[in-house]
Ligand binder design. Structure first.
Ligand SMILES: NC(=O)c1ccc[n+]([C@@H]2O[C@H](COP(=O)([O-])OP(=O)(O)OC[C@H]3O[C@@H](n4cnc5c(N)ncnc54)[C@H](OP(=O)(O)O)[C@@H]3O)[C@@H](O)[C@H]2O)c1
Length: 253
């Protein structure tokens, strides 16, 4: 296995939630990390907390010029690029009879299209390091949540394209894998205006018994899975469920 020590890692959406937890985890292990996000206050506060090993870029991954700037910043900060984590994502839920075209296209643009285009920009740098790409899928492709078709569809797309890109980039020694996280408390639903903080936490905690392991997960546990997929040199095209057994569909009948 490779070691995280000295690696240059780009995490999109690293100003909060799983991305922020992963950034701190990698920095603790000796990596140089670049994060990006649209809200300057989130990026600034994350960068201050993590110090000089972290480079924060205020940018929107759906904007072509921002994508170029984010990749260039990561390469400059880390002296190259060993891993791209396509983590930035948004939630959109709604009944199939009430979906809004602009919101639907917007969530596909962020969750699917931008990660693909960023991956394309990262390839010339990842060739040099025989690096890795990770996409963030979701438990939503394992369990069907009524009303969540927009989000679930984006995550299914990410799972499918992971396997194609793993096949396509294998000859360049670039590994491409996907993590399917279960329930972890972050800002995802609140940013989408679906729940307030308290409701989001109560809802997630109420799902604890649906997990084989009886609890929701932590950012650190997702970061550990990312570490494996960055460092494991013979793993590509994999979809790794990191969900405490939520995807098993436990039933007591
Ligand atoms: N938490 C869970 O239980 C869970 C489960 C399964 C999968 N996931 C996936 O895990 C990933 C991380 O989500 P999270 O739970 O950590 O939620 P989060 O705290 O809301 O983090 C998502 C981050 O993405 C950034 N982002 C969104 N759109 C962006 C854009 N256009 N350009 C740049 N950055 C953008 C957001 O920052 P700005 O708004 O400031 O840009 C935010 O910091 C997502 O792909 C999500 O679908 C989460």
């Amino acid at each position: 296995m490779k070691s995280l020590m000295g690696m240059s890692i780009l995490i999109t959406g690293g100003g909060s939630g799983l991305g922020l937890g992963a950034a701190q985890h990698f920095i603790n292990a000796g990596s140089r990390v670049t994060i990006c996000g649209r809200r300057a206050e989130k990026i600034d506060s994350a960068q201050k907390k993590m110090g000089s090993a972290c480079c924060g870029v205020v940018g929107d991954i759906t904007v072509d010029g921002d994508r170029q700037r984010i990749i260039a910043a990561a390469v400059a900060h880390g002296g190259g690029l060993h891993a791209l984590i396509n983590n930035a994502g948004n939630m959109y839920r709604g009944s199939i009879t009430e979906l809004d075209q602009d919101r639907l296209l917007d969530v596909f643009n962020t969750n699917v299209v931008s990660g693909m285009l960023l991956t394309g920009l990262a390839v010339p740098h990842l060739i040099k390091t025989e690096g890795a790409v990770i996409f963030l899928g979701s438990i939503h492709t394992r369990r069907a949540f009524p009303g969540a078709s927009p989000y679930a569809a984006t995550k299914a797309a990410v799972q499918a394209l992971t396997r194609v890109l793993a096949a396509e980039l294998g000859e360049k020694k670039i590994r491409v894998n996907c993590i399917l996280p279960g329930a972890v408390y972050t800002e995802l639903n609140q940013r989408a205006g679906i729940f307030d903080d308290d409701t989001a936490m109560t809802r997630l905690q109420s799902m604890a018994s649906l997990h084989a392991l009886g609890r929701i997960g932590t950012e650190e546990e997702i970061a550990e899975a990312m570490t494996y997929l960055i460092c494991a040199e013979w793993t590509t095209g994999a979809t790794l469920d990191v969900d405490g057994g939520l995807g098993l569909g436990l039933t007591d009948s």
